[in-house]
Design a protein around this ligand. Structure first.
Ligand code: AMP
Ligand code: TRP
Length: 337
């Protein structure tokens, strides 16, 4: 993939708002791990994004460590990739301010995630929530990252990032920022709620039964799958025939993502079986893949100072890349330095 003379670099992040779940793992973390060999990677725990919605200060640090533990337990190697929490690198906030002055109000008004999160309450949400996509653009462009692995729900934010980069380059007649390529790949880019196949599996869903958390114990996990919504029909021979059965489709794609198969292959293996049988196999594969992650997360979280040390080390490495780029931007903007 051409990156127009820019060095290949990967950036991604997740919010530390508790409840790291299977959607995060399949849509994001798992792909991050695969990219480590080929690219220089930065994986950030975006605590500045998290506070766009209320976070109890007593919980934020623990959630930040939980997110870092989830990255590591999923296979992110903090000696290879740069793993840190966003607020330790002040340059994110500085570049975000510049982007607040580049992005147009109309662009942000079109962001569907803001509309979803604000709901009917848009007069009462924080202004940070509204400009959140500008901070996300800053996260990526602060490192001139060329590739961003995310789940499907972040597509619109990445299009905005590209618009901001282009407008900045155009307005300031420079070529500082690359054309960012999203990486949205695999069967798990959009895992749905276990209670409602039309709703995304999400950290903020009030129903615990809607998601598999990465720190669920095996009993909880089994119960959640047993209670997962399905329908009375049998599994068909092809994935296409699952149309109109969102819950069935979701469980098949979770199985496919974990087994490294396509949904079609899963249908072929389970054709004519009911959900009783399918759920047994699904439980087995989820336990098989998730239990080692859970175990490793718990081990890591038992030693908070170890995680903090990793985050500080990562932040130092991140600052070393970010600072010269921010200086270049400041010069272009006309700031005295
Ligand atoms: P978040 O939990 O919103 O901070 O998301 C962190 C990463 O996980 C992003 O790359 C998201 O696109 C991805 N992600 C979140 N929820 C899901 C889901 N239900 N299915 C697939 N990917 C997801
Ligand atoms: N907005 C992303 C989410 O909620 C998290 C995020 C923040 C991110 N900054 C990023 C993802 C930069 C990729 C790149 O999932």
């Amino acid at each position: 993939m051409s990156t127009g003379g820019f060095k290949n670099r990967v950036f991604s992040g997740a919010q530390p708002s508790g409840n790291m779940h299977l959607g995060n793992y399949l849509g994001a973390f798992r792909n991050w791990v695969l990219l480590q060999e080929e690219y220089e990677c930065l994986y950030c725990v975006v605590d500045m994004h998290a506070i766009t919605q209320w976070q109890d200060p007593a919980d934020l640090a623990a959630s930040t460590r939980e997110a870092a533990a989830a990255y590591i337990a999923s296979g992110v190697d903090p000696k290879v990739s740069i793993l840190y929490n966003q607020s330790q690198v002040a340059a994110h906030a500085e570049l975000a301010w510049i982007f607040n002055c580049v992005a147009r109000l109309g662009w942000l008004n079109r962001m569907t995630q803001f509309k979803d999160k604000a709901g009917k309450n848009s007069e009462q949400v924080s202004t940070g929530l509204f400009v959140y996509p500008n901070l996300m653009a800053a996260d990526i462009l602060l490192y001139k990252a060329t590739h961003v692995p995310v789940g499907e729900d972040q597509k619109q934010h990445l299009e905005l990032t590209r618009d901001i980069a282009q407008k900045f380059n155009h307005d300031f007649e420079c070529d500082i920022f690359p054309d960012v390529q999203p990486i949205i790949q695999g069967e798990g880019t959009r895992i749905m709620s276990l209670r409602d196949g039309l709703k995304k599996m999400s950290k903020s869903d009030p129903s615990h039964y809607s998601r598999i958390n990465l720190n669920d114990d095996t009993d909880t996990l089994m119960k959640k799958i047993r209670k997962a919504k399905t329908d009375a029909e049998l599994l068909p021979a092809t994935a296409k025939e699952l149309a109109g059965r969102p819950e069935a489709q979701n469980l098949v794609s979770i199985f496919a993502a974990l087994a490294g198969q396509t949904s079609d292959q899963v249908c072929t293996s389970f054709e004519g079986k009911g959900f009783g049988d399918f759920k047994k196999a699904l439980t087995e594969i989820i336990v098989d893949k998730v239990a080692p992650i859970t175990e490793e997360m718990l081990k890591l979280q038992a030693d908070p100072s170890y995680i903090d040390e990793i985050l500080r080390f990562g932040a130092e490495r991140a600052r070393a890349i970010a600072e010269p780029i921010l200086n270049e931007v400041k010069q272009v903007v006309g700031y005295i330095r």
